[in-house]
Design a protein around this ligand. Sequence first.
Ligand code: CP3
Length: 356
Amino acid sequence: MVDSQIGAAMSPKPLLNVLQGQRETRPPFWFMRQAGRYLAEYRAVREKAGSFLDLVYAPDLATEVTLQPVERLNTDAAILFSDILIVPHALGQDLDFRQGEGPVLDPIRSVKDLHRLSHQRLDDRAAPVYQTVRQVAGALPDHVALIGFCGGLWTVASYMVAGRGGDDQAAAKAWAFSDPEGFDALLRILEDASFTYLMGQIKAGAEVIQIFESWASNLPEPAFERFVIEPTRRLVARLKDAAGDVPIIGFPRGAGPLLGRFAERSGVDAVSLDSGMVLSFADETLPKGLAVQGNLDPQYVVAGGALMEKEATRILNALSNHPHIFNLGHGFVPYTPVDHVERLAAFLHGWPDQAA
Ligand code: CP3
């Protein structure tokens, strides 16, 4: 199946081979938010657990929902069931997921609020998450890779500062632009916490790490360098020092023309492309041989049918010069019909023989 880099160490896990720079004839795939509300079996477990956070911190149930999409879709990877906001929660920031409202946090607005965060109990609080990783690692078939993750430091900071989601990052920008040194102090706290949290996952059996920088868009160039690339570079360097063989996927959603600079300077092994990325641009701008992931618009899966397959075909062909992991450009929406997802998975398993 492997058609390049003959001689490189081969894993029974196609996803790990791609992250080592090999192309697989049938690109391995998984989906962002593959464990979630579009699955009836997820909704059933979620109801049993109580709140979303109760589910994240219950290792048996979190293991079950992590494995659900792997079993139903035969994906090439499992992604730990957790959330990017577990890091601020484990640092002591109040967090609540409200129905229809998304996450709500007690905002950290300036340097004088930083004393509310403490690294001290982080590993204890995250222990159930590490336990989930351990259990999933023990349960996965040989060919399926286990992905651990954290949020990008800028993205997590933007939730911590605003106290909620939102698409303009106004609160984080207000602090970062008016007091960059103070804001750097928050990013340093998050760097240490994310490093600890990811090492906990790696020691428990995570084989790949993805960094979800979901709000990397709309930053002026120097701010993107300082608040996205530079903190990511520091975190990646520490992980490489401590766990060099664990590949890291960066997902700088909305990076646009700054994608190439992110890929080169951050030190990641692969980049995940959002749905708006122009694939010919990505091909030209990214280092040759860099693994890429992506980038089907999740709304194509809502639409389903032959159009979805045609779009998947376009992506598979456009990225055929790169080691490629097929994925979405952002997570599934909760109302995605599950039979459309099954059709997509079957299509990807049949590639390239059944190109649309
Ligand atoms: O299947 C997977 O991808 C693994 C688990 C995972 C979740 N969140 C579960 C989740 C992962 C990798 C995340 C990452 C995450 N969380 C991101 C980065 C990726 C992205 O989507 O941009 C962000 C920004 C968050 C923060 C977050 N978590 C928000 C804004 C929300 C509310 C929106 C929503 O969909 O309800 C969550 C909740 C959340 N995280 C759910 C899931 C399955 C829904 C919770 C529920 O069951 O009610």
